[in-house]
Design a protein. Sequence first.
Length: 250
Amino acid sequence: MANDVLLRGYDITHRWGGLVAVNKMSIEIEKNTVHAVIGTNGAGKSTLINLLSGEIPLSEGKVELLGEDVTDWTQPKRARAGLGRSYQRSTIYPSFTVLENCRLAAQAAVQKPWFWWQRADKCSESLETARAAAHKAGLDALLDRTAGVISHGQQKQLELAMCIAISPKVLLLDEPLAGMGAEETDRMLELLAELRPNLAILLVEHDMAAVFHIADRITVMVNGAVIASGDKDTIRSSDEVREAYLGERH
């Protein structure tokens, strides 16, 4: 239903000089779903996330968030409106504790410049939000640990907790399973399943077993364009997907 679509991209295009990285792509991310975007390296997946989040500008097209045209909005403004995202590269503060990382994210989402007399790390609202986000991400036992010394999988959980701390309506996750072992992957997939209700999640991921396990809908990109989009059975049965993405000919 239209009211369930929380993020839309209409004919979004981005050019790097003469290279068209994303070409007239349309996509809808619905509430209570995980929508996976897959494709080989260079297909335009990360560029798509950068366009939807506002990190880079559109060459053409339009982006709507919660029914509002945000095409010209900055990335921070989109984040404050409910759009959270993670990156392929680590974005944690390694010298701070897990709790401090979550608090900084919560504080950035709800800034209080008029409380200039209050120490930011003593803000009860930010701390409460930070603890709740860490709890959702399964990090209760690590709140006082320095972020730079926890495991890779735990750092990925922390990045997700920092996204949760801004109280998002939509999450854009760029390869959150990269570099994880089987146990860490299972833990992250359980977390995404727990977060699915009331959120719209766009997941860019190369782990096909994980994608087919968690995704409600899958979009396949090749050379900046969509070649297929649908449920898991539709993607599995697509000869075009097998040939272009899986390298099979039938």
